[in-house]
Design a protein around this ligand. Sequence first.
Ligand SMILES: Cc1cc2nc3c(=O)[nH]c(=O)nc-3n(C[C@H](O)[C@H](O)[C@H](O)COP(=O)(O)OP(=O)(O)OC[C@H]3O[C@@H](n4cnc5c(N)ncnc54)[C@H](O)[C@@H]3O)c2cc1C
Length: 293
Amino acid sequence: MKPAPFEYIAAESLEEALTALQLNSPEGKILAGGQSLLPLLNLRLTKPKILVDLNAISGLDGIRETPGSLAIGAMTRQSKIEDSSLVRERLPILAEAIRYIGHVAIRHRGTIGGSLAHADPAAELPAVALALDAKFAIAGRGGDRIISAEEFFLDFLTTALAPDEILRQIVFPVLRPFSGYALEEVARRHGDFAIAGVVVIVDLDDAGKIDEARVALFGVAPTAVRARQAERALLGRELDDSGIADAAALLEEVLDPPADIRASSAYRKHVAAILLSRALKRAVQLCQTRRIL
Ligand SMILES: Cc1cc2nc3c(=O)[nH]c(=O)nc-3n(C[C@H](O)[C@H](O)[C@H](O)COP(=O)(O)OP(=O)(O)OC[C@H]3O[C@@H](n4cnc5c(N)ncnc54)[C@H](O)[C@@H]3O)c2cc1C
């Protein structure tokens, strides 16, 4: 199929893009890498009056180090983040997560902002943003507003972005030097969206007990979600088999995943608990290794 007819503007500045969106709100759509939007256009699942292309705007991409965090422009290609030595050093969980997105060609076009704004519940990056407590800088006609990842993802493919706003930048607090981290997911084939997935970040205290645990899940709810009960249950514990089993059991108790043609709700719930166990083991091992080195 071909898209329904639309107007097109290659904006040359953020102001021009914001004006075009405001004049056409709510019938304008932003074009970033097009990896999610073009299939939706071609299937006529969305029929915007105008496409506002952000690709010619300078200053919307790039990775900048600020004290304690990395600020990443929304138009930064996923492959650029994956290959960045700064990201690999300071935010290795982000580089690891991007390797699971589709295939190389998709990551060369797809942007970090596009993935977050699209808010697919099975996508990796929203879960990473939640686990890292990232902050989103959203540009509107009145200037920027900053919201947390938890405030950004509202529902299935729905975010806190108004139709005339643009996600401009995402600020990720960097990992502590000894933090352990892991992403585990199950997908039918490499490059497919996950059926279920887990992101874990842990820190251990000097006695080897869990000092901080962050757990975010994807593919198991209308949005990526933090597993707060499991996080609380892990605090102060040594991660032996019973600690892992308790956290996994708690997760199974609170989750109520959707069913679709790829998996039943019960399967997703079961798999999420197993993925959590695997991710916890891997993250804690990494934490122990980083403390020794
Ligand atoms: C075959 C295939 C497999 C894939 N597999 C995966 C996968 O395993 N995991 C995964 O996470 N993703 C996957 N994707 C999606 C991919 O990550 C996309 O790159 C991403 O979802 C969208 O990024 P984009 O830059 O292409 O955005 P676009 O497609 O251009 O835009 C997506 C949506 O976000 C809006 N938008 C874009 N940028 C902004 C902005 N700065 N501010 C406000 N709104 C904005 C657009 O208007 C649109 O609604 C896959 C895609 C394909 C084609």
